[in-house]
Structures are given as C-alpha cells and as structure tokens.
Design a protein around this ligand. Structure first.
Ligand code: F6R
Length: 610
C-alpha cells in the first residue's frame, strides 16, 4: 500500500526519492509524488499512474534539492486523481506525506475551515498538513507543531514533513503504521520500508508507536509518545538487494515461485541444524509459553489465513488440542471468550497487515499473553508486538500475489505442530526423525514439482479464455484449493471459487456444465476415493476436470479428465507440494491473458488500512 521515502543530505536527493519510490512500487499504488524544498520554495510534482511517469515530469521541471519527501498512494479517501496524490501542501510552505487513515478528519476539516483553511483534495491527509501549519503559524517549531497536531488525530499514521521556512530539517511521526529512519554519513532518511533506502544505508532505527523524530543531515533525535527524548536501538538491515531484482525471470511472481526450494531450505535451516523440534526455535521463552497451552487460535488474512486453515488439520491431528482459525478482520470485532491457556498465533508475511495487528492487540487486551507471530519481515510491527516469533526466511516477496511466503508459512506451522506434539509427549523419537527427514527432503520435492511447469503452461492456455473456474479439495488439501482459487482470481481476474469437494452436491454443482473447468487437488491420501466420487459428479454434468495428484494414486486420464502428477507422495507435507502447481497454473494463465502479474489491479502488497 502507500509508501513513504524522505531524505536530507548534502547531495541532490531527487534521484534518491525516485529510486526509493520505485523500490516501493511492489506494495501496490495508484499515484506518486515528491516535494522538495529548494530556493526558499516548496516544489512538488504528482502524477496518477506509474512512478516512471512522475519521474519524467520531475525531470522536465529540473528539480534538484537536498531536502525532500516522496510518496506512493493507494487511494482510500478520495479517488485516484492528481489532487488527491501526496505530498499535500499547506499555504505553499509545508509539505507532508502520510500512510494510514485519520478517522476524525471530518471534524478536523470543519475546524480548519473555520480557521480559514481551504482544501484542494478529498483526502484525510490534507487536514494534517493544515493542522501542522496552523500550529506553526502560532509560533511552534516544526517538531513542536507536529507533536501538537498528532495529539489531535484519531487513527493511524506514518508522517514525514518538510517546511520551506526550516530547510535544514525534516520531521516524522508514527502511530499504527510502520516508519523507520535510515542513518547515513552526513545524510539521513525516513522510509516506510527499508527497501526504499537500501542503496543509501542499511543502518536503521524503527520508530515505535507514538514516536516523533527530527532529522538534520548530522543528527537524528527521537521522542517518545510523551514528547521526551528516547533512545531507539540501531539495527543493520540484512534485506538482500538480489531479492529485489528480477534477474533472468519475466516477473517477480515467477522468480518467487522458483525460489521456493531455497526459501524452504532457509526457513528450516535452524531446525535441521539442531536436529530436533525444540521450543527454542520459537524464541527463548517458548518452552514456558507453549508447554501447557490447551488450544490454539490462529489469526490472519488472505493467503496467510489459508496457511492457518491448513495448520488446523496438522495441529488437531498431531497435538490433539483444538485449533480455531479466523480471519483477523472478523475476530477483532467479535465478542471473544478469552482463555489464558490459549496460544494466539498471528500469521503475516509483511508483519504490517492492519487487520492482523489489530486482532493481535484485541487478543492481548482480553488478557491473552501467549502470543506467537509467524512472519517474513524481521522487526515488523506484528512480531514486535508478539511474545514469540518464528521468522520465515523466504527473502523479500515483491510480487503482490503471495507464493514463497505461503509455503514457508506452512513449513513454520508444520514445525509448530510437531513441536507442540513433542512437548505433549505425543511423538516418539522414531516419528520425530521421520518428520525431520521428510522436511529435509521437501526442497528437493518442491524442485521436482516446479519441473511440471511446461505441462501446466499447456493447461493454462485452456484456462485463459474462461470466465469462471471451480477448485475442489478435501481435508488438508481443501485450503490449497482455496489458495489456488485466490491466486487465479487475483492475477487473471477469472472468477474462481473453491469448495470442499464433498460440499459440491449441496449447491455449487448447479454451476457445473461443459464450460466450467474444475481443478481438483487429489493426492493419494485417505480421502482420495471420496474425491474420486466427487469428480464423477462433475463428469456426469459435463464438467471438465483438471486434476493434480501424486505419483502413488492409481487413476489416469480419460475423456474430460486431465491429470498432472507431482513426482512423489510426501505424506503430511503434501499440501505444501500441491501448492506449487496451483501457483504455476495461475501464473501461466495470467501470462496467457496478458494481465499485470506482479501488480494486479486494485491490490496492494501490504494492506495497512482497514
Ligand atoms: C494473496 C495475498 C494476500 C495476503 C494478505 C495478508 O496473494 O498476498 O491475501 O496474504 O493481504 O498479508 P500478510 O500475510 O502480509 O499479512
């Protein structure tokens, strides 16, 4: 979603801002802009569409400056127009960029109108620019005006502000949306995401909730929610530049699908190294937290939610305790019966998803102290708010449609299930060794599944002209059917629905005719015979079946039944392996339809609004 970058330096920062915005493009946006202070003026360029269009406009205007801010906007309040794009300017003096949503913007707008301010946009953001300007006009410093203004805002924000009357300074604030400071040599930066500044510095300070900060070229001062100076730790970011470059691939999604063997191997490295499922994999306090839990509540959104649904099968089967899985945006507004022995697990690739973060805060407010976050972005908000953390090591995921983050989440959840089973005495040494072995072989099996790409690309040609598709699965593979349908609709815009195969006859069968392709996830497990019966129900109505199964299942192709086999059966890890073909099917169908694979319409990578 929206992205922020800002810089104060001894060099021209315009290229830094533009490169930063390009690196933030993956998050999803619909307009972009920069503002700089130069020759006692605030100058700004904004464009709807791509950063490259805004870049050309900035070049045409010959912008140069040593102080500036930039933004990619994903519209919430007000349509996709240049007037609504950030930065917003108050009285030609002060420019501001904002991520998040200000809930009391209407009251503030009325108040500021009464004070003589006029509005050029429909955004909630413009009120913040005027509010800070208002306090500046009363004599406050830039930092003081920001600190007073944010106390009057309800909602979430990450802000960066510059003012032509104070060209040696930039100020920033954070509440509910991530913001970090990059420390350079004689230059400093702000960014919503470290990728935006990674070519300038790896030294970063993560602002905490309620913090404000003042940056000059030489110094950074951070203030806590009470306005008093605070020290925040400096971190060295290990984000790899390679993970942000396309290399030989056509799309980041294709690259990330192919990175899965490595991403899985990296995610299980510590486990394989210790040769045992130990609680310490989840943090130093994990044994205390995990030992006497009596149920698990998983909270997540989208693809991460489907990872949670898969884990429920593993946890209940192996650990023998109840596991509930809920969409975070539902949980956070529901009356929940608290249980102090419940383990609350939040799943989030980005670690920033607002709904998941709010669900976690809600769980904690109910007294849930046993919290675990499984996340792919170190130091992001959700793991920082959790007691235990397991970082998946998928590397930066740039494609909006999640792929390697999903399979590595599954690996982490499988590790959790086995660890809990072991803590409860439900795992013999032999079983532990067997499960370790199957995880050890998983990257190789995933590589074999990737080799099915040419066959799947042929299927994709047949999917490309379709308007609708059904996905079916049973048991632990039902969430993989859900994931397959989500991937297809996200990047191809084909309407796709997933059902537990046994549910077909209770309604969706009415949709099946010769024009309805039906994808079935049907590995050789104890439900295979049931799935076969469900497939007959489809064939009897003329539906065309596209079946993903594994080497062990004994059925072949026939009229209207197409089959692709993953090369081996991997037991309980089968849902991970069967994710690969559905990802490839969505990817190649999108290629055949010519859609924007990495930036599907209307979607954002990090969903930092409700
Ligand atoms: C789908 C997808 C989204 C995310 C969801 C949660 O491909 O990527 O559904 O899974 O927005 O995001 P995280 O995992 O970052 O909390």
């Amino acid at each position: 979603m929206c992205g922020i970058v800002g810089a104060i330096a001894d060099r021209d920062v315009v290229p830094v801002l533009i490169e930063g915005l390009k690196r933030l493009e993956y998050r999803g946006y619909d307009s972009a802009g920069i503002a700089v202070v130069t020759e006692d003026r605030v100058r700004r360029v904004r464009r709807t569409g791509r950063v490259s269009e805004m870049e050309s406009a900035a070049k045409a205007e010959h912008f140069t400056s040593s102080l500036g801010i930039g933004h990619t906007r994903w519209a919430t309040h007000g349509g996709v127009t240049e007037d609504n794009a950030h930065p917003h300017i108050s009285h030609g003096e002060l420019a501001l960029v904002h991520n998040g949503i200000i809930e009391n913007h209407e009251q503030q707008r009325e108040r500021l109108r009464g004070l003589g301010y006029t509005f050029e946009s429909q955004t909630d953001t413009e009120v913040i620019a005027h509010l800070i300007h208002h306090y500046r006009a009363q004599g406050a410093t830039l930092l003081g005006a920001l600190q007073t203004a944010v106390r009057e805002l309800d909602g979430a924000y990450a802000l960066a502000v510059i003012d032509k009357r104070d060209p040696e300074r930039m100020v920033a604030a954070r509440m509910g949306c991530p913001l970090l400071i990059g420390l350079g040599d004689g230059e400093n930066f702000v960014a919503s995401d470290v990728s935006a500044i990674i070519t300038s510095t790896r030294r970063v300070i993560f602002l905490e909730e309620g913090d404000t900060a003042e940056l000059t070229r030489e110094a950074v001062h951070v203030f806590g929610a009470d306005g008093e100076p605070v020290q925040r730790d400096e971190h060295l970011s290990d984000v790899s530049l390679a993970s942000m470059e396309l290399g030989p691939y056509r799309h980041f999604m294709q690259k990330e699908i192919h990175e899965q063997p490595r991403a899985i191997a990296d995610t299980i490295e510590a486990l394989i190294g210790s040769n045992a499922f130990t609680p310490e994999l989840f943090g130093s306090q994990a044994e205390d937290v995990l030992r006497d839990i009596d149920c698990v509540q998983i909270l997540a959104c989208g693809t991460s939610y489907y990872a949670g649904l898969t884990a429920r099968y593993w946890i209940e089967a192996m650990v023998g305790i109840p596991c509930a899985v809920e969409v975070a945006s539902e949980y956070r507004y529901r009356t929940v019966v608290a249980n102090p022995r419940q383990l609350v697990v939040t799943l989030s690739q980005s670690g920033e998803t607002l709904d998941t973060m709010e669900a976690l805060k809600y769980a904690k407010s109910l007294g849930h102290e046993r919290t675990l976050s499984i996340c792919n972005v170190p130091e992001s908000a959700i793991p920082r708010a959790s007691r235990l953390v397991y970082y998946t090591r998928a590397g930066a995921e740039i494609g909006v449609a999640s792929t390697k983050a999903f399979t590595t989440q599954l690996v982490a959840l499988f590790t959790l299930a086995v660890t809990l089973a072991k803590l409860r005495g439900k795992l013999s040494d032999g079983q532990e060794e067997e499960l370790l072995d199957s995880l050890r072989h998983l990257p190789g099996s995933v590589q074999h599944a990737l080799n099915l790409e040419p066959q799947i690309a042929l299927w994709a040609e047949r999917f490309a002209p379709r308007q609708h598709a059904l996905f079916l699965g049973r048991g632990v593979h039902y969430p993989i059917a859900l994931e397959g349908a989500l991937k297809l609709k996200e990047i191809t815009y084909i309407h796709a629905e997933a059902y537990p195969a046994g549910e077909l006859k209770h309604g969706p069968l009415a949709l099946v005719d010769k024009d309805m392709p039906v994808v079935v996830i049907a590995p050789n497990d104890r439900l295979l015979e049931k799935v076969k019966s469900n497939m007959q129900e489809v064939r009897a109505r003329g539906g065309e079946l596209f079946v993903f199964t594994d080497a062990d299942s004994q059925f072949g192709e026939s009229e209207g039944v197409h089959v692709i086999r993953t090369p081996r059966h991997v037991g309980m890890l089968s849902p991970i392996l069967h994710t690969i073909p559905v990802q490839l099917l969505a990817y190649h169908t999108a290629l055949a339809r010519g859609t924007d694979v990495d930036k599907p319409r209307n979607l954002a990578k990090s969903v930092t609004v409700e």
